[in-house]
Write a protein that binds this ligand. Structure first.
Ligand code: NDP
Length: 344
C-alpha cells in the first residue's frame, strides 16, 4: 500500500444540471463535491493535473442524463495506490470526466460514469516534455491526426491536401504530417493570426481565413489543379466548397463536423453527390479508437517528429479547475490555438 497524500476525502466534479442547447451556458453545469470512497485492493486515487476540453464533449453529451458527471479525459497523478502496476507518483491519462479526484481500478475502466470505456494508461516517458501533451499532440488528438490522415487519405508526395479546423489540435498536426510526407498543405481557419501561425511557423503553404475570405476563390488560386485529399474537421458549407474542388479519385477523411455541434438541428448545405460521383471521390468517417491496438505507435512517431523538430505544437492553457467551462466554451468558439487544456 502506498500513499503520498494528506488524505483527500472529497472530490470536486461537474455534473449536468441541464442539457446543452445551442451554445453551452455556464448554468448547464454544476460544480459539486463528492465524498470519495476508500481505496480498495486493485484501486488507485488519481489527482487531476490537466484536463482536456474537446469538441466531442459538446457532440456526445446530448445523450447523457441530467445529474451525470461531465465526460472528458485528464492527466492525473497517482497519489494513493493499492495496485502494484499503478504506483504512486506515476501519471495516467484516462476518461475520468471533469473531476478533481477519482478512485478507480485502472485495469477495469476509467470511472463508472464514463461513456468512453477506454482504460487509463500510464503515460509513456515524455522526458522534458509537459505531461499535458498526453491530452494533445502525444495523445488522442495526435493519434487522430496521425491515423485519420495517413490511413484514410493515403497521401502521396506531390499531392495537395486541404485541412479545415486547421489551427486546432488535430488540424495543425495534420498539416505538418502532410508537409513531412511531401504534400502541399492548405489550411482553413478562423482568424488572420491563426493563418499566419500556420504558414509562418508550421510550414503550411497557404492558409485561408474562412471568416473574411471567399474560400472557393482562394482555393482556386492556391490549388489551381484541384485538391487530392481533404481532412474535414468542420463539415457544412466549408466542406462542400472544398469537395467541389477535388480532383478525380480524391480522398476525404471525415474527422468531425464542429460547425454543427452547437446547432440543435442539422443545417442545410449544397448537395455533394455530383462532386463525389463525377470525380469518383472516396469519403470515409472514422473514430480514432479504431486504431487502439496501434496507439503507442502513433504516440512514438509523433514524439520522434517533435524531437526531430519536424512537428510543432501549441497549447492554449486555462488555469484553474473552476474555469473548465470557460475553457470548453472558448474552444468551441475558436479562442484556442492548438490544443485547449485546463491546468488544475
Ligand atoms: P480544435 O482544437 O480544432 O478546436 C475547435 C476549433 O473549431 C476552434 O478552435 C475553431 O477554430 C473551430 N470552429 C468552431 N466553430 C467552427 C465553425 N462553425 N466552423 C469552422 N470552424 C469552427 O479541436 P480538435 O482539434 O480537438 O477537434 C477538431 C475536430 O476533430 C472536431 O470536429 C472534433 O470533433 C474532431 N475529432 C474527431 C475525432 C475522431 O475520432 N473522429 C477525434 C478527435 C477530434 P476557428 O477559429 O478556426 O473557427
Amino acid at each position: 500500500y502506498q500513499s503520498s497524500r494528506t488524505i483527500t476525502t472529497v472530490a470536486k466534479k461537474y455534473v449536468f444540471s441541464k442539457h446543452f442547447s445551442g451554445e453551452p451556458k455556464p448554468t448547464d453545469l454544476k460544480l459539486v463535491e463528492e465524498e470519495l470512497p476508500a481505496v480498495k485492493d486493485g484501486e488507485i486515487l488519481a489527482e487531476a493535473e490537466y484536463l482536456s476540453v474537446d469538441p466531442y464533449m459538446r457532440a456526445y453529451t446530448v445523450r447523457l442524463p441530467v445529474g451525470r458527471t461531465m465526460i472528458g479525459s485528464q492527466v492525473a497523478k497517482i497519489v494513493e495506490s493499492k495496485n502494484p502496476n499503478y504506483p504512486v507518483g506515476k501519471r495516467i491519462v484516462g476518461y475520468m470526466g471533469w473531476r478533481s479526484h477519482t478512485v478507480l481500478n485502472p485495469e477495469k475502466s476509467a470511472s463508472k460514469d464514463q461513456i468512453m470505456k477506454d482504460r487509463p494508461y500510464i503515460i509513456p516517458d515524455l522526458g522534458d516534455l509537459s505531461p499535458s501533451l498526453a491530452l494533445g499532440v502525444l495523445g488522442m488528438p495526435g493519434n487522430t491526426a496521425y491515423f485519420g490522415f495517413l490511413e484514410i487519405c493515403a497521401p502521396k508526395a506531390g499531392e495537395t491536401v486541404v485541412i479545415s479546423g486547421a489551427a486546432g489540435a488535430v488540424g495543425s498536426h495534420v498539416g505538418q504530417i502532410a508537409k513531412i510526407h511531401g504534400l502541399k498543405a492548405i489550411g482553413i481557419a478562423g482568424s488572420d493570426s491563426k493563418c499566419k501561425w500556420l504558414v509562418d511557423e508550421l510550414g503550411f503553404d497557404r492558409a485561408i481565413n474562412y471568416k473574411t475570405e471567399n474560400i472557393a476563390a482562394a482555393l482556386k488560386e492556391a490549388a489551381p489543379d484541384g485538391v487530392d485529399c481533404y481532412f474535414d474537421n468542420v463539415g457544412g458549407d466549408i466542406s462542400t466548397t472544398v469537395i467541389y474542388q477535388m480532383r478525380e479519385f480524391g480522398r476525404v477523411s471525415i474527422c468531425g463536423s464542429i460547425s454543427s455541434y452547437n446547432s440543435d438541428s442539422l443545417p442545410k448545405t449544397r448537395i455533394l453527390q455530383p462532386a463525389v460521383v463525377f470525380n469518383q471521390l472516396k469519403m470515409e468517417g472514422f473514430i480514432v479508437t479504431r486504431w487502439s491496438d496501434r496507439w503507442l505507435e502513433g504516440i512514438e512517431k509523433n514524439m520522434q517528429w517533435i524531437r526531430e523538430g519536424k512537428l510543432k505544437y501549441k497549447e492554449t492553457v486555462t488555469e484553474g479547475f473552476e474555469n473548465m467551462f470557460q475553457a470548453f466554451n472558448g474552444m468551441l468558439k475558436g479562442e484556442n490555438v492548438g490544443k485547449a487544456v485546463v491546468k488544475v
